[in-house]
Design a protein around this ligand. Structure first.
Ligand code: URA
Length: 246
Protein backbone atom coordinates (compact mmCIF):
# COMPACT_ATOMS: atom_id res chain seq x y z
CA UNK A 1 0.00 0.00 0.00
CA UNK A 2 1.46 3.40 -0.97
CA UNK A 3 0.97 6.91 0.45
CA UNK A 4 1.76 8.42 3.83
CA UNK A 5 -0.33 8.40 6.97
CA UNK A 6 -0.18 9.88 10.44
CA UNK A 7 1.30 7.43 12.91
CA UNK A 8 -1.56 7.78 15.44
CA UNK A 9 -4.14 7.11 12.71
CA UNK A 10 -2.20 4.14 11.31
CA UNK A 11 -1.82 2.43 14.70
CA UNK A 12 -5.42 3.17 15.68
CA UNK A 13 -6.61 1.64 12.38
CA UNK A 14 -4.45 -1.40 13.06
CA UNK A 15 -6.27 -2.04 16.35
CA UNK A 16 -3.66 -0.71 18.81
CA UNK A 17 -6.27 1.53 20.51
CA UNK A 18 -7.86 4.93 20.04
CA UNK A 19 -5.89 7.87 18.68
CA UNK A 20 -5.64 9.05 22.29
CA UNK A 21 -4.26 5.63 23.35
CA UNK A 22 -1.61 5.92 20.65
CA UNK A 23 -0.67 9.41 21.81
CA UNK A 24 -0.17 7.95 25.30
CA UNK A 25 1.99 5.15 23.91
CA UNK A 26 4.16 7.72 22.15
CA UNK A 27 4.32 9.92 25.27
CA UNK A 28 5.57 6.89 27.21
CA UNK A 29 8.17 6.21 24.48
CA UNK A 30 6.63 2.84 23.66
CA UNK A 31 6.83 3.25 19.88
CA UNK A 32 10.23 2.81 18.21
CA UNK A 33 11.00 3.50 14.55
CA UNK A 34 14.39 2.65 13.03
CA UNK A 35 15.87 2.20 16.49
CA UNK A 36 14.74 5.63 17.83
CA UNK A 37 11.81 6.35 20.16
CA UNK A 38 9.05 8.21 18.34
CA UNK A 39 8.24 11.53 20.03
CA UNK A 40 5.54 12.89 17.73
CA UNK A 41 2.36 10.84 17.34
CA UNK A 42 1.38 13.00 14.38
CA UNK A 43 4.46 12.22 12.33
CA UNK A 44 3.65 11.01 8.82
CA UNK A 45 5.15 7.83 7.49
CA UNK A 46 5.01 5.77 4.32
CA UNK A 47 2.89 2.67 4.94
CA UNK A 48 4.44 -0.52 3.63
CA UNK A 49 5.38 -4.04 4.70
CA UNK A 50 8.91 -2.83 5.61
CA UNK A 51 7.44 -1.20 8.75
CA UNK A 52 7.22 -4.63 10.42
CA UNK A 53 11.03 -4.78 10.57
CA UNK A 54 11.44 -1.08 11.32
CA UNK A 55 8.84 -0.41 14.02
CA UNK A 56 8.19 -1.88 17.46
CA UNK A 57 5.25 -1.16 19.77
CA UNK A 58 5.80 -2.03 23.44
CA UNK A 59 8.97 -3.85 22.35
CA UNK A 60 7.18 -6.10 19.85
CA UNK A 61 7.41 -5.92 16.05
CA UNK A 62 4.52 -4.06 14.43
CA UNK A 63 1.66 -6.18 13.06
CA UNK A 64 1.52 -6.36 9.25
CA UNK A 65 0.30 -2.97 7.97
CA UNK A 66 -2.72 -2.67 5.66
CA UNK A 67 -2.31 -4.59 2.42
CA UNK A 68 -1.97 -8.01 4.04
CA UNK A 69 -3.05 -11.36 2.66
CA UNK A 70 -3.36 -14.50 4.73
CA UNK A 71 -3.66 -18.21 4.02
CA UNK A 72 -5.55 -20.07 6.71
CA UNK A 73 -6.06 -23.79 7.19
CA UNK A 74 -9.77 -23.63 7.97
CA UNK A 75 -10.75 -26.34 10.44
CA UNK A 76 -14.10 -28.11 10.28
CA UNK A 77 -16.84 -26.43 12.29
CA UNK A 78 -15.78 -22.80 11.78
CA UNK A 79 -17.91 -20.26 9.93
CA UNK A 80 -16.76 -17.67 7.36
CA UNK A 81 -18.73 -14.85 8.93
CA UNK A 82 -18.06 -11.81 11.10
CA UNK A 83 -21.08 -12.24 13.32
CA UNK A 84 -22.75 -15.68 13.34
CA UNK A 85 -23.00 -17.67 16.56
CA UNK A 86 -20.30 -20.29 17.18
CA UNK A 87 -16.69 -20.54 16.13
CA UNK A 88 -15.68 -18.05 13.40
CA UNK A 89 -12.63 -18.16 11.16
CA UNK A 90 -11.80 -14.65 12.39
CA UNK A 91 -11.38 -16.06 15.93
CA UNK A 92 -8.29 -17.88 14.62
CA UNK A 93 -6.48 -14.57 13.98
CA UNK A 94 -4.91 -12.39 16.69
CA UNK A 95 -7.59 -10.50 18.64
CA UNK A 96 -6.23 -7.09 17.68
CA UNK A 97 -6.74 -7.91 13.98
CA UNK A 98 -10.52 -8.03 14.48
CA UNK A 99 -10.73 -4.27 14.87
CA UNK A 100 -8.57 -3.31 11.91
CA UNK A 101 -9.68 -0.76 9.36
CA UNK A 102 -9.67 -1.73 6.53
CA UNK A 103 -11.17 -4.94 7.87
CA UNK A 104 -9.88 -8.40 6.98
CA UNK A 105 -12.38 -10.47 4.93
CA UNK A 106 -12.43 -13.97 3.58
CA UNK A 107 -11.88 -14.37 -0.17
CA UNK A 108 -15.12 -16.17 -0.91
CA UNK A 109 -16.37 -18.67 1.63
CA UNK A 110 -16.06 -22.28 2.65
CA UNK A 111 -19.01 -24.01 4.33
CA UNK A 112 -18.89 -24.64 8.05
CA UNK A 113 -18.31 -28.34 7.33
CA UNK A 114 -15.59 -27.79 4.71
CA UNK A 115 -11.91 -27.67 5.73
CA UNK A 116 -8.82 -26.45 3.92
CA UNK A 117 -7.21 -23.49 2.21
CA UNK A 118 -9.01 -20.21 2.89
CA UNK A 119 -7.52 -16.90 1.76
CA UNK A 120 -8.19 -13.69 3.68
CA UNK A 121 -7.20 -10.11 2.93
CA UNK A 122 -7.86 -6.47 3.77
CA UNK A 123 -7.07 -5.52 0.15
CA UNK A 124 -10.38 -5.15 -1.69
CA UNK A 125 -8.66 -4.98 -5.09
CA UNK A 126 -6.85 -8.26 -4.49
CA UNK A 127 -10.04 -9.91 -3.19
CA UNK A 128 -11.97 -8.93 -6.31
CA UNK A 129 -9.21 -10.04 -8.64
CA UNK A 130 -9.20 -13.51 -7.05
CA UNK A 131 -12.97 -13.99 -7.19
CA UNK A 132 -13.46 -12.26 -10.56
CA UNK A 133 -14.97 -14.69 -13.10
CA UNK A 134 -12.62 -13.16 -15.69
CA UNK A 135 -9.58 -14.53 -13.86
CA UNK A 136 -10.83 -18.15 -13.79
CA UNK A 137 -8.92 -18.82 -10.57
CA UNK A 138 -9.47 -22.54 -10.03
CA UNK A 139 -10.21 -24.24 -6.71
CA UNK A 140 -9.45 -27.89 -6.06
CA UNK A 141 -11.45 -29.97 -3.58
CA UNK A 142 -11.09 -33.47 -2.21
CA UNK A 143 -14.60 -34.89 -2.00
CA UNK A 144 -15.50 -38.00 -0.02
CA UNK A 145 -18.77 -39.45 -1.27
CA UNK A 146 -21.60 -41.45 0.22
CA UNK A 147 -21.93 -43.68 -2.84
CA UNK A 148 -19.36 -45.21 -5.21
CA UNK A 149 -18.56 -43.34 -8.42
CA UNK A 150 -20.17 -45.02 -11.41
CA UNK A 151 -17.83 -43.90 -14.19
CA UNK A 152 -19.97 -41.33 -15.97
CA UNK A 153 -19.27 -38.45 -13.56
CA UNK A 154 -16.04 -37.15 -15.12
CA UNK A 155 -17.72 -36.62 -18.49
CA UNK A 156 -20.83 -35.06 -16.97
CA UNK A 157 -18.82 -32.55 -14.94
CA UNK A 158 -16.63 -31.77 -17.98
CA UNK A 159 -19.61 -31.28 -20.30
CA UNK A 160 -20.40 -27.65 -19.53
CA UNK A 161 -24.06 -28.72 -19.49
CA UNK A 162 -24.61 -29.72 -15.87
CA UNK A 163 -27.40 -27.71 -14.28
CA UNK A 164 -27.72 -27.13 -10.54
CA UNK A 165 -31.14 -27.32 -8.98
CA UNK A 166 -32.90 -23.96 -8.97
CA UNK A 167 -30.54 -22.40 -11.53
CA UNK A 168 -31.00 -21.67 -15.23
CA UNK A 169 -27.37 -21.38 -16.35
CA UNK A 170 -25.26 -24.53 -16.80
CA UNK A 171 -21.98 -24.87 -14.94
CA UNK A 172 -18.70 -24.27 -16.70
CA UNK A 173 -16.74 -27.48 -17.34
CA UNK A 174 -15.13 -28.88 -14.18
CA UNK A 175 -12.39 -31.51 -13.83
CA UNK A 176 -13.06 -34.65 -11.81
CA UNK A 177 -10.14 -36.96 -11.00
CA UNK A 178 -11.30 -40.10 -9.18
CA UNK A 179 -8.91 -41.40 -6.54
CA UNK A 180 -10.90 -44.38 -5.35
CA UNK A 181 -14.50 -45.59 -5.39
CA UNK A 182 -15.67 -42.88 -3.04
CA UNK A 183 -13.02 -40.18 -3.26
CA UNK A 184 -12.17 -37.72 -6.01
CA UNK A 185 -10.47 -34.40 -6.68
CA UNK A 186 -12.81 -31.86 -8.22
CA UNK A 187 -11.45 -28.64 -9.75
CA UNK A 188 -13.90 -25.82 -10.45
CA UNK A 189 -13.46 -22.25 -11.66
CA UNK A 190 -16.75 -20.80 -10.45
CA UNK A 191 -17.88 -20.04 -6.91
CA UNK A 192 -21.59 -20.77 -6.80
CA UNK A 193 -23.31 -21.34 -3.48
CA UNK A 194 -22.43 -24.80 -2.07
CA UNK A 195 -21.27 -25.62 -5.56
CA UNK A 196 -19.40 -28.87 -4.99
CA UNK A 197 -22.06 -30.40 -2.75
CA UNK A 198 -24.77 -29.39 -5.22
CA UNK A 199 -22.81 -30.77 -8.20
CA UNK A 200 -22.68 -34.22 -6.63
CA UNK A 201 -26.33 -33.93 -5.58
CA UNK A 202 -27.20 -33.12 -9.22
CA UNK A 203 -25.79 -36.49 -10.32
CA UNK A 204 -27.40 -38.48 -7.52
CA UNK A 205 -24.50 -38.69 -5.07
CA UNK A 206 -23.83 -36.99 -1.75
CA UNK A 207 -20.70 -35.33 -0.35
CA UNK A 208 -19.81 -36.63 3.11
CA UNK A 209 -16.59 -34.69 3.57
CA UNK A 210 -15.03 -31.79 1.68
CA UNK A 211 -11.54 -30.33 1.86
CA UNK A 212 -9.96 -27.63 -0.35
CA UNK A 213 -6.25 -28.04 -0.93
CA UNK A 214 -5.49 -25.58 -3.75
CA UNK A 215 -6.52 -22.12 -4.99
CA UNK A 216 -5.13 -21.26 -8.45
CA UNK A 217 -1.58 -22.60 -8.30
CA UNK A 218 -1.26 -22.15 -4.52
CA UNK A 219 -1.30 -25.33 -2.42
CA UNK A 220 -2.26 -25.53 1.23
CA UNK A 221 1.19 -25.95 2.84
CA UNK A 222 1.55 -29.46 4.28
CA UNK A 223 3.00 -28.06 7.52
CA UNK A 224 0.11 -25.65 8.13
CA UNK A 225 -2.04 -27.36 10.76
CA UNK A 226 -5.84 -26.92 10.92
CA UNK A 227 -6.50 -23.57 12.60
CA UNK A 228 -3.07 -22.21 11.63
CA UNK A 229 -2.43 -19.26 9.34
CA UNK A 230 0.45 -17.65 7.53
CA UNK A 231 0.99 -14.31 5.81
CA UNK A 232 1.15 -14.65 2.04
CA UNK A 233 4.31 -13.55 0.25
CA UNK A 234 4.27 -11.84 -3.15
CA UNK A 235 5.21 -15.24 -4.62
CA UNK A 236 2.19 -16.88 -2.93
CA UNK A 237 -0.11 -14.23 -4.41
CA UNK A 238 1.46 -14.70 -7.86
CA UNK A 239 0.89 -18.47 -7.50
CA UNK A 240 -2.85 -17.88 -7.01
CA UNK A 241 -2.97 -16.27 -10.44
CA UNK A 242 -0.61 -18.72 -12.19
CA UNK A 243 -2.35 -19.74 -15.41
CA UNK A 244 -4.98 -16.95 -15.18
CA UNK A 245 -5.50 -14.42 -17.98
CA UNK A 246 -3.69 -11.09 -17.26
N1 URA B 1 -18.50 -26.10 -2.55
C1 URA B 1 -19.23 -26.48 -1.48
O1 URA B 1 -20.23 -27.16 -1.61
N2 URA B 1 -18.80 -26.10 -0.26
C2 URA B 1 -17.69 -25.36 -0.05
O2 URA B 1 -17.35 -25.05 1.09
C3 URA B 1 -16.95 -24.97 -1.17
C4 URA B 1 -17.37 -25.37 -2.42
Amino acid sequence: MSGTMRLDRLLANMGYGSRRDIQQLVRHRCVVLDGAEVTNAEMRLAVGPDLVARMQVNGVALDPPPGLAIMLHKPLGTTCSHKEAGALVYDLLPTRWRTRDPAISTVGRLDKETSGLLLMTDDGGLLHRIISPKKHVSKRYLATLARPLEGHETARFASGELMLEGEDKPLLPARLEPLSERQAWLTITEGRYHQVRRMFAAIGNHVEALHRDRVGGLDLPSDLEPGGFRLMSAADIAAVFAGSPA
